[in-house]
Design a protein around this ligand. Structure first.
Ligand code: S3P
Length: 425
């Protein structure tokens, strides 16, 4: 539990922890590669540690020291049947990506997570994996985990995905590593492309054309050294804090700005933010930059369509930012928010409204009229790390005291979040 109150003048430099999506993939692909994959800048958050734990249970030796993770890969066919169930914790990325890999193994596995994870939809991967002839089922028939997977011979398919989801796309591409013939996925809008980039780096034949990507089963994957850039989804809290907190000036170091992730930068500029990208560079196949933000007079905007997958995890903190902007912000086409760690349309609207914001939830987003003067209240995070961090930023710009209940849930993606925020005031 954290009690927070109004602050002004955030100043200093923030070092953002490694990207969660890239950290997961580095461990997974390293486990399936031949040789030792070295990962620097790995995010030691609970979600990525769940991925490490699952691969250790399948016989992969993974060493951790202060600066690196070493994954001693055993090749595409080197995983062993786990002795018991695989615990995926709170992590949707672990569950959906590992399911694609398990669908190609000739052993049975059972995946289960915490209450939040076990209520998220898995039919979105059960359907395409079943089309590929995998034997995968939801244990209680609800379409959610626990999942039982009996892997084996897979056949390539073309899948027209109904959702723009990198987890679904990645699951199918990873099953494609083991399938006969070509496997391809077309999305309604392009989602983050870390799987395609990193699989190519490991030597897999992955071709991307617009919203479609294709893979053929490779002979092998080759171990790599991966430098993980900072996570823009974690940087987002400090970007918004710097923009809405009076008299602030922050330098946020080493942020991945892959264009399939960087929608928040465009939205900030559209809202009139004083945000500058510095020192733009390539970091291990991913674009990265430092970001400077200063307090800005923001105005409302419309966020919709193909930009949505590029900022889906940032929408809770963007909603907080919109509450401080003048005029109306409309967020639509974001129905996916309803199936994240919590129903984020519900959790964001309920808590922002309780703090005094003018916010109306819709089927697929929000309408927010700003600027509002917010007042502290109790925030119930519902095991959702992004709700805790978004409302911490609201809290330091609100009158009175805000209590973030179950604030420990930030450990999922950003264990050092509160310490780093407090260091700025
Ligand atoms: C992720 C994809 C997104 C995102 C999640 C991480 C990934 O989920 O919300 O935090 O690493 O592939 P969806 O694929 O469900 O959109």
């Amino acid at each position: 539990m954290k009690k927070m109150s109004r602050k002004t003048g955030l100043k200093g430099t923030v070092h953002i922890p490694g990207d969660k999506s890239i950290s997961h993939r580095a461990v997974m692909f390293g486990s399936l590669a031949e040789g030792t994959t070295v990962i620097r800048g790995f995010l030691k958050g609970a979600d990525c540690l769940s991925t490490i734990d699952c691969f250790r249970k399948m016989g992969i030796i993974i060493e951790e020291n202060d600066s690196e993770i070493l994954v001693h890969g055993k090749g595409l066919h080197g995983l062993k049947a786990p002795a018991g169930p695989l615990d995926v914790g709170n992590s949707g990325t672990t569950t959906r990506l590992i399911s694609g890999i398990l669908a190609g193994q000739d052993f049975e596995s059972r995946l289960s997570g915490d209450a939040s994870l076990n209520s998220r939809p898995m039919d979105r991967i059960i359907r395409p994996l079943t089309m590929m002839q995998a034997d995968i089922e939801s244990e209680d028939g609800s379409g959610c985990a626990p999942l039982i997977i009996r892997g084996g011979r897979l056949k390539g398919i073309h899948y027209q995905s109904p959702v723009a989801s990198a987890q679904v796309k990645s699951c199918i591409l990873l099953a494609g590593l083991y399938a006969e013939g070509e496997t391809s996925v077309t999305e309604p809008a392009l989602s983050r492309d870390h799987t395609e980039r990193m699989l190519r780096a490991f030597g897999a034949p992955v071709v991307s054309e617009g919203k479609t990507c294709r893979i053929h089963s490779p002979k092998n994957l080759k171990a790599q050294t991966i430098e993980v850039p900072g996570d823009i989804s974690s940087a987002a809290y400090f970007i918004v804090a710097g923009l809405i907190t009076p008299d602030s000036d922050l330098l946020i170091k080493n942020v991945g700005i892959n264009e399939t992730r960087a929608g928040i930068i465009k939205v900030c500029h559209d809202m009139g933010a004083d945000l500058t990208l510095l020192n733009q560079r390539d970091q291990g196949g991913e674009p990265a930059a430092d970001i400077r933000v200063r307090t800005s007079h923001l105005h409302g905007t419309v966020i919709e369509g193909e930009i949505i997958p590029t900022l889906i995890d940032e929408l809770p903190v963007i909603a907080v930012m919109a509450a401080f902007a003048s005029g109306r912000t409309i967020i639509r086409d974001a129905r996916e928010l309803r199936v994240k760690e919590s129903d984020r349309i519900e959790t964001v609207s309920q808590h922002l409204k309780a703090m005094g914001a003018d916010i109306t939830p819709t089927d697929d987003g929000f309408i927010i009229e700003g600027p509002a003067t917010l007042t502290g209240t109790s925030i119930h995070c519902r095991m959702d790390h992004r709700i805790a961090m978004s409302f911490a930023i609201a809290a330091i710009n609100a009158d009175g005291v805000t209590v973030i209940e179950d604030s420990d849930c930030v450990d999922v993606s950003y264990p050092d979040f509160f310490r780093q925020l407090e260091a700025l005031y």
